[in-house]
Design a protein around this ligand. Sequence first.
Ligand SMILES: Cc1ncc(COP(=O)(O)O)c(C=O)c1O
Length: 426
Amino acid sequence: MKNALSFSLADFFYNDSPNVLTPPSDFLEWIQDPQIQAGFSFFHQMLLDAPRSVTKIHSNIDGKDRRVINFTSYNYLGLSTHPEVIQAVIDGVKKYGMGASGSPMLSGTFDVHVQFAKKLADFKKKEDCILFSSGLGGNVGALQGLLRKGDILVMDEKIHKSLVDGGILSGAKMIFFKHNDMQHLDQILSEHKGKRTLLAVEGVYSMDGDLVKLPEITQMIDSSYPNVALYLDEAHSSLMFGKNGRGVGEHFGLEDKVGMDYGTLSKSFGGVGGFICSNALIVKYLRGYASAFNFSCAPSPAIVCGLMKSLEVATRDSSLRDKLWENTKYFKDKLQAMKLNLGGTQSQVIPIIVGSSGELLFELATELQLKGLFLQPVDFPAVPAHERRFRLSMTAQIEREVMDEALNIIEDVIVKKLKAKGMLGE
Ligand SMILES: Cc1ncc(COP(=O)(O)O)c(C=O)c1O
């Protein structure tokens, strides 16, 4: 295909083939192009070991199994592989078996679901909590369960796809404001003043690692739009931000302004699932209307046993959080000293932005992986075309020597190449 690299998944969304089971013909031509296949080979690579900071993958690049330093897993606090968490899952699986074998309403609610939901609600200082078997399901379910045609859903343009999909399903009118742009947000809210409105934002934005401007947003709501409800997705901030790890809401001292406090259980918690903490009545309402809760099997009770232990380990003291922030600072300082473009990161999510060339991104990704660094390229349309990047997830569990080894590889591959191309300041 001519100029295959100038196309992306964004170009084949609409399908005009007469049979819905046939993808667009130009999509097939595009996806089979050798350059595109090489790009896609970075995705769906098999991990052969646990998602630790050093793990083993089967590399799609050269077909070999290799030890890699892993910056791609969201096991931010190392809880997926924490010995106490693993033991809790083993005990749970022995008692409850593998799956819940039923939706929450009929036969899928176990004692551990009720206990865990109560612990999460207490932890988040809210009245109640609803558990979902996936993080994405939690966002989709909440918006579909809460909003109706005629309602207004205002979202930051960088919001996660699960909230966009939930918005589409709900039938609400969706309006996006420019990322963290308070003036634009104010303009949109004022245009829809008086209508039932939900404002959805993320605590830590997942591609950039920057924080929501919560003080400005809550101040704006308080002063001008008291009926606007605030939905905060703390997927990348729960257990990590705030003195007690309650998230970005706690970090800013504004938890009580957050109407719906969403979290995933797949990242810092190290398991799988999603949850929303809020007032008791709206949680009761959601239990009736959120299809992802009602019409889906409940989370595995054995995994919930592990998640309960994750919550306990992460909150009994601040050691894991402290270690995460110590590692993040160490690594970021070194990357900044190399003059790499880290965007506006304020968290453990650290982008290394390499610019507009997809070819360069994948060339660098190949070299990094062959040298033993598992650092996924993030291409357009997941990020703007001029801001293609690597996105690095820092963890509490990584050793200093391993960080140094990774920094050497980054210097040897990314810094060297960007310097040679004149894309890095001296
Ligand atoms: C901001 C945000 N919200 C929700 C989700 C969905 O969570 P999960 O992957 O656990 O389904 C993600 C996942 O990447 C996310 O980044």
